[in-house]
Write a protein that binds this ligand. Structure first.
Ligand SMILES: [Zn+2]
Ligand SMILES: [Zn+2]
Length: 469
């Protein structure tokens, strides 16, 4: 087996799993690092005249380059009849769903159970997408999820858009994908059947069947072959390839930003609903990609429909509470970034403690006002004060807490935030024991703090006032 060869080369001392055992049964706990260090990749490709052809993966290269050329020839030479156009679009969805609902969500992720009829339906439809057998496809895809964005990911997005889209199939990879267990699929009868007859099923469903349908229904074999066969195949290919390229490049990361997968409606439109890829990499066992009803996910709708008709069961849904935790984490992270871009008042621990006498003395040379135990220098604000300069001058060298909080005028949140920026000292003995709203500016009453900052909360009462509210 492919996996065992990697393991034997990298870890000669490690047991090789038996035929029916999971391929990853004996891998060491530091498998990724160990493999990257101990298994040398093939040397970088040298595009020399003598050796270039050895670097090409010729079967997929031929399939992926000839089909667009043949398709263009067909478009230029065979007129497109309206029924053939409808058939080609329908056949695109039929074979595409074989990949998205069958290969991907059913077999690669076991996101639900399908009855025998539906399994054969997907095995046959998926063969018409010419993307390899279920077993081969799922082995690569499981490695992609397990080793996302590493050298063990067969379509590592860090190697660029083109490589993750199609390049990884055109040239011989420098490394084998990381180990991924597909022993469950090796035991599944429909998967075994498809693997055994794959070449025939692929050729028949990809090219022969659409040609026969075109001939029998509309007496247009060439139209069936070119439009529903070849051109449709090119669209199915690049549509599903977008899951590895576009979905790791375009969009938002509402659930986690550790890796490259992203959510975007354009990707969803291109991939029959596989575009909410950030969600998918976080919750791969969920049968949905889109969790909101209005988001475009026909693959989910199809599986749900099969469930209602009795062809599918045990549709897995990740607990909503945990999904929302992921969303909240990302929202807090973004709010913290906004918070860190703003200037904040000087921490009370960093302000000098000033006696009443000193406060009085210094007030003779500059405009200092005492509010909530803090001494504020309002020199830059005297002429800006909306109530007039005279109201501030009145309180220089005096206690103005009551006047500020409603005694003269009940100041707004913005005024309180601005006032806190003018703190220059703390009056000795002027701090009350319990912090209240008068001491904490509104913008700091809720603050996003990392857990390491919260630990200072329990050990220091002063720090608490500034960091954790
Ligand atoms: Zn992915
Ligand atoms: Zn997946």
């Amino acid at each position: 087996m492919l996996n065992n060869a990697v393991e034997r080369r990298g870890f000669p001392e490690i047991n090789v799993p038996g035929k029916d055992e999971p391929a990853d049964l004996y891998i060491p706990s530091n498998y990724v690092q160990h493999t990257l260090e101990s298994v040398k990749p093939l040397p970088p490709i040298k595009w020399t005249l003598k050796t270039w052809y050895k670097e090409i993966n010729w079967i997929s290269f031929a399939l992926l380059t000839l089909t667009p050329i043949i398709g263009v020839v067909g478009i230029c030479t065979v007129p497109l009849q309206r029924p053939i156009a409808f058939f080609a679009v329908g056949y695109y969805f039929f074979t595409g769903l074989g990949i998205t609902a069958g290969y991907h969500r059913l077999w690669a992720h076991r996101a639900y159970n399908a009855g025998t009829f539906l399994q054969y339906f997907f095995a046959i439809a998926g063969a018409g997408a010419a993307e390899g057998s279920i077993r081969w496809w799922c082995r690569g895809h499981r490695a992609h999820h397990r080793y996302t964005d590493t050298e063990l990911d067969p379509y590592n997005a860090h190697r660029g858009f083109f490589y993750s889209h199609i390049g990884w199939m055109l040239i011989k990879p420098r490394r084998k994908p990381g180990v991924a267990d597909v022993s469950d699929l090796s035991r599944a009868p429909v998967v075994r059947w498809q693997h055994k007859h794959y070449l025939f099923l692929m050729l028949f469903m990809t090219f022969i069947f659409p040609t026969i349908v075109g001939k029998l229904l509309w007496n247009d074999a060439l139209g069936g072959y070119f439009y529903a066969g070849v051109v449709r195949l090119v669209f199915v290919h690049h549509s599903t390839f977008c899951v590895n390229s576009l979905a790791h490049w375009l969009g938002e990361t509402p659930f986690d930003d550790k890796h490259t997968p992203r959510d975007h409606v354009i990707t969803a439109l291109c991939t029959i609903g596989e575009g909410y890829h950030n969600f998918h990499h976080q919750f791969p066992m969920d049968y949905r990609n889109a969790i909101k009803w209005y988001q475009y996910d026909p693959t989910k709708w199809f599986i749900w429909g099969c469930h209602k008709l009795g062809f599918a069961s045990h549709l897995k849904v990740f607990p909503d509470n945990e999904v929302r935790k992921g969303q909240l984490t990302m929202q807090l992270k973004r709010l913290r970034e906004t918070q860190q871009k703003l200037a904040w008042p000087t921490d009370s621990n960093d302000l000098p403690v000033i006696s009443w006498e000193s406060f009085q003395k210094q007030s003779e040379t500059r405009p200092l006002i005492l509010i909530s135990g803090f001494i504020h220098d309002v020199s830059t604000f005297l002429d800006e004060h909306p109530g007039g300069r005279h109201l501030l001058v009145r309180f220089i060298g005096k206690e103005a807490t009551t006047a500020f909080f409603g005694g003269v005028y009940d100041h707004s949140n913005a005024a309180h935030n601005l006032l806190a920026m003018k703190r220059v000292g703390v009056l000795s003995g002027g701090h009350p024991h319990v912090y209240d709203d008068k001491m904490i500016p509104p913008a700091q009453r809720l603050k996003i703090a990392r857990y390491t900052e919260l630990s200072s909360f329990s050990s220091s009462e002063d720090a608490c006032s500034e960091h954790s509210l």
